[in-house]
Design a protein around this ligand. Structure first.
Ligand code: FEO
Length: 174
């Protein structure tokens, strides 16, 4: 059982994670439209991960016997000035998500909800990886600058990113 405040906060965070998925999907189509299929593919993987983040939260809410609510998802930006600007946006967005996760942890602690606090540790750890990975990718793309050959090489490299479901998470069948 969750307190009303905890329930609301978890549903809200699920919405922000779904927005993240939508944002990265938007970036994926942006990159496809300007001919960077590797960057587009990297963003698709990122969008997939965010959908997993969304569902893990909603699964937890539902497993706690509460209502998993689908809130309206905000429309993301759909174009950027350059690959560097898009990847800088990813890095800034991930830092903002980290702050949201820390706020969520603070809610769990103030509600003395040890189960949710424990559940949220996965997100705390995940954000360390998300910040590290977005920082690395941003630096990689910044290093390529506007040199077409270097950008192509970065595109090819990032296109190799694979997708793995987190251990213990099954998206389907239910
Ligand atoms: Fe689910 Fe990238 O934050």
């Amino acid at each position: 059982m969750l307190s009303e405040r905890m329930n609301e906060a978890l549903n809200y965070q699920a919405n922000r994670e779904l927005y993240s998925s939508y944002l990265y999907l938007s970036m994926s189509y942006y990159f496809e439209s300007i001919g960077f299929r590797g960057f587009a593919s990297w963003m698709r993987v990122q969008a997939g991960e965010e959908l997993v983040h969304t569902m893990k939260l909603l699964d937890y809410v539902a497993a706690s016997g509460e209502k998993a609510k689908m809130l309206a998802v905000e429309a993301p930006q759909h174009s950027w000035e350059s690959p560097q600007q898009a990847f800088a946006h990813v890095w800034e967005h991930e830092r903002a998500v980290t702050r949201m996760i820390h706020d969520l942890v603070a809610v769990a602690e103030s509600e003395s909800d040890a189960m949710t606090r424990k559940f949220l540790q996965w997100y705390v750890d995940e954000q360390v990886e998300e910040e590290e990975s977005s920082d690395g990718v941003l630096k990689r793309v910044q290093a390529a600058g506007s040199d077409p050959k270097a950008l192509r090489a970065a595109d090819e490299e990032l296109g190799k990113r694979g997708f793995k479901f987190p251990r213990g998470f099954q998206m389907f069948p239910l």
